[in-house]
Ligand binder design. Structure first.
Ligand code: BEZ
Length: 269
């Protein structure tokens, strides 16, 4: 073989190798994209206003079919990272101590972690027998705690957030109304215990808005003034400004008072 023929053949070989490598990289990229797409599909954060994703699950209170078994009730579905961890334990004690308050608002609590049922049972027994938090002791968790070893349920609710943890659920909270519609969702990182007073305030706020056709301003607490929906026409805006039962700083910023008693009468069991 002369030099010219040798160089030509060598060049062709290099081009073939480079193309092969390019093809392999493209294939790898395609597979990665596919995996990411599947993940995105499976691990999706639901949105406000959509029907709560349905599932069947084993819980510490027996099998449940969600959300059908809870039709007619509000549900607070929440996840925690793991059993036998301190922040989660303090949260469960607090939720257990407030269960009656939520029940009075026609709301059921449902917990979830990616642990198994036996771990759940053992942990809840330990909480009741040994732990004390903020003066709460002997906390008896009677609401169902879902076993989700497969992470199937957690993924349907976007509870697995890989940048925070690939193996544990973040602290998610979903408020689901009696028609099974998601009305509020919250996500907290692993290190931050939730404010249960805020969860209670959210539930009352949602129910007050529904029952009275109003909105609730910043930092609203039951008994504070509520926001009257903005006028839809100029005529309505004029009427608003002359209505003695409401106070308007301007036509779009009108408030009225609904007492705590009135709210309780309407929404409490
Ligand atoms: C906890 O509940 O204490 C906890 C769980 C996971 C990570 C960090 C803290």
């Amino acid at each position: 073989m002369n030099w010219f023929a040798f160089i030509c053949e060598y060049d062709i070989l290099i081009v073939v190798i480079i193309n092969k490598k390019k093809n392999m990289n493209n294939k790898k990229e395609e597979t990665k994209n596919k995996e990411e797409n599947i993940d995105e599909k499976e691990n999706r954060i639901p949105v406000i206003g959509e029907k709560a994703p349905s599932f069947e699950a084993k819980t510490t209170q027996g099998k449940i079919s969600f959300p059908d078994d809870f039709e007619g009730n509000w549900v607070i579905l929440f996840s925690h990272p793991a059993d036998f961890t301190p922040v989660c334990s303090s949260e469960f004690m607090t939720f257990a101590s407030m269960e009656k308050k939520f029940e009075d608002l026609n709301a059921k609590l449902v917990g979830l972690s990616v642990d198994g049922i036996h771990s759940h049972i053992a942990w809840l027994r330990t909480i009741k027998e040994k732990l004390v938090h903020n003066g709460i002791e002997g906390a008896d968790v009677k609401f169902p705690l879902i076993e989700d070893i497969s992470m199937d349920v957690a993924k349907k609710y976007g509870m697995i957030q890989p940048e925070e943890s690939k193996t544990e659920a973040v602290r998610a909270v979903f408020f689901i109304d009696p028609d099974g519609i998601i009305r509020t969702l919250l996500y907290y990182p692993l290190s931050l215990g939730r404010s249960f007073d805020e969860l209670y305030r959210i539930l009352i706020g949602l129910q007050t808005a529904d029952e009275f056709g109003v909105a609730t301003p910043a930092d609203w607490q039951p008994g504070d003034d509520v926001i009257v929906p903005p006028a839809g026409t100029s005529e309505e805006a004029e009427e608003r400004m002359n209505d003695d039962s409401i106070t308007c700083d301007d036509w779009f910023f009108c408030k009225k008072n609904i007492s705590k008693k009135e709210i309780e009468k309407k929404i409490k069991n």
